[in-house]
Design a protein around this ligand. Structure first.
Ligand code: PAF
Length: 510
């Protein structure tokens, strides 16, 4: 595609009318650094859409006139950087183009009060209203499919997500983690104003946040007082330092697995922000749903794409069922169970095809547990209290430090009720029976007629949903996805989008 620079709103409207492809939009205020480069190049890598970078220093988001006047302007260099890193189109409007004085239909927006009442919103009156106003205006002109933003401005990201939601805008927000300089300080256009000494101070501040994060990983505690004391000892002027819930920006609660520690300091004339996410354990995705909903295929793909551990709890119940049959154990007798559970080890191992094998007491049962014989008793066996208790404990032990995607029937309700993302995956009985029939793993199902398969699925649903302990039910906070008519990849992409929306990218790479 020919590289284009557009400067006028009529021109961009005209260009938009004539373009057929989807657009990735990367809004900037110029003075581009490696953080912007990462945004532009990530958008380029993600898909084949047209990449549009805007450069506009938005006066509405500056509460301080001298900050606006001194904002670094490096337009020629910005154009070079944008094109060199994947921009196809650069939009450089003037203030009159974005806010024409004679156009009464320009909407001046208010940012969400809840989200703009904390952190930077406390001291920068009108700043987020200005951000919402300009982004809304640009989105209406450009109508992109994806909007790329940095997590460095976490509060801005939340406020813009809220704007997209409340205005029902048809755009997906994609974020990238905070990009840092060689010395660990977050990249910002304002860094050019820092003297050597001021840079040292911001480095000290960022490092304090990093230390707090490391300490939190060990003892799950955070002392704001301590950090403030350390910063004050260096004569660092703190605007705020807060420990909050990462999505509501209300005070962090002890039960929150992920929270944000965010601060703003003043270095001479320059105000700088930084944050870290504190995590008790790595994130967890819980995927529950009935047999044949596509859970296993979807979960495996998600694990691969997000580099998470894959925990197939159904396979654990199947492996246990296999052992009980194999060893001819009367599982209705509690005594027999107690004895056998003492000596059981269930382990998952990756095989040479990058799939997972299941071992029970060192015996590989991956294939055997998919037989109709096991399918017909697994629901009964999984309703035995002692067995469930044993396996739930095993599953929690595997998931203790997080970083996994688990599939089953009671993951979101019982095993990991505090999972970051809970999905309830389902499909109509017709669709599930068709899938079972063509399922290469369950060879027996291929020989059963469709009608019988439907009846078997109904029976399994009934047993799973009506058992006394951990019945198959959707957790209150789970998102239901009905997979009829959707490809596996559509469902996987949808779940990954939901995950990226709930879980900061920064915590995904820690
Ligand atoms: O983050 C920024 O650079 C600005 O706030 C944005 C999103 C380009 C709006 O002016």
């Amino acid at each position: 595609m020919k590289k284009v620079i557009i400067r006028k709103t009529e021109e961009i409207e005209n260009w938009r009318r004539n373009i057929n492809s989807d657009i990735n939009f990367i809004p900037t205020m110029g003075n581009l650094h490696n953080g912007h480069i990462k945004l532009i190049s990530t958008a380029k890598k993600d898909n084949t859409n047209v990449n549009l970078v805007s450069i506009f220093v938005n006066p509405l988001q500056f509460d301080d006139k001298s900050d606006l006047e001194n904002y670094p302007k490096t337009i020629e260099n910005d154009i070079k950087i944008s094109f060199a890193n994947g921009a196809d189109v650069i939009f450089i409007p003037s203030t009159e183009d974005i806010y024409p004085t004679n156009n009464k239909s320009i909407k001046f927006l208010k940012a969400s009060i809840e989200l703009s009442s904390a952190l930077c919103g406390l001291n920068r009156s009108g700043h987020f209203d200005g951000v919402c106003t300009v982004v809304f205006r640009l989105l209406n002109l450009i109508k992109p499919k994806n909007l790329y933003l940095g997590e460095k401005d976490w509060q801005q990201l939340l406020i813009l997500k809220n704007l997209v939601l409340t205005k029902k805008l048809n755009v997906a927000i994609r974020s990238i983690p905070t990009q840092r300089d060689f010395d660990g300080i977050p990249l910002s256009s304002r860094n050019v104003h820092l003297s050597k000494n001021e840079r040292k101070l911001i480095k000290f501040f960022s490092n304090e946040l990093l230390i707090a994060k490391k300490n939190f990983q060990q003892d799950k505690k955070i002392s704001l007082k301590e950090i403030i004391k350390n910063l004050s000892a260096e004569k660092i002027s703190i605007e705020y330092l807060e420990h909050l819930h990462p999505h509501t920006l209300q005070q962090a609660r002890s039960e929150d697995n992920i929270s944000i520690l965010a601060g703003a300091i003043r270095c001479g004339e320059t105000r700088l922000i930084d944050h870290v996410f504190l995590m008790k354990r790595k994130p967890i995705i819980a995927i529950d749903g009935p047999a044949g909903s596509g859970k296993s295929t979807v979960t495996k793909l998600i694990a691969k794409k997000l580099k998470l551990l894959y925990l197939d709890t159904g396979a654990m119940y199947r492996a246990l069922s296999w052992l009980l049959i194999k060893e001819n154990i009367d599982y209705k007798k509690e005594k027999n169970l107690q004895k056998i559970l003492k000596n059981i080890s269930i382990v998952f191992k990756s095989n040479e095809n990058s799939n997972q094998d299941v071992f029970i007491n060192n015996y590989c049962v991956t294939e055997e547990i998919r037989s109709q014989e096991i399918s017909s008793i697994v629901s009964k066996i999984s309703s035995i209290k002692e067995l469930r208790k044993f396996l739930v404990e095993e599953q929690r032990r595997i998931g203790e430090s997080g970083g996994l995607v688990a599939e089953g029937r009671d993951i979101g309700t019982t095993v990991f009720p505090d999972a970051e993302l809970k999905i309830f995956l389902t499909a109509s009985i017709d669709e599930r029976a068709k899938r079972r029939k063509s399922d290469k793993q369950s060879k027996d199902s291929q020989e059963i007629d469709l009608h019988t398969l439907k009846e078997l699925i109904k029976k399994r649903d009934f047993e799973d949903s009506n058992r006394e302990i951990s019945p198959l039910i959707k957790a209150n906070d789970a998102i239901e996805i009905i997979t009829d008519g959707y490809s596996i990849h559509d469902v996987v992409d949808k779940i990954i989008d939901l995950y990226n929306d709930k879980v900061p990218k920064e915590t995904q790479i820690q």
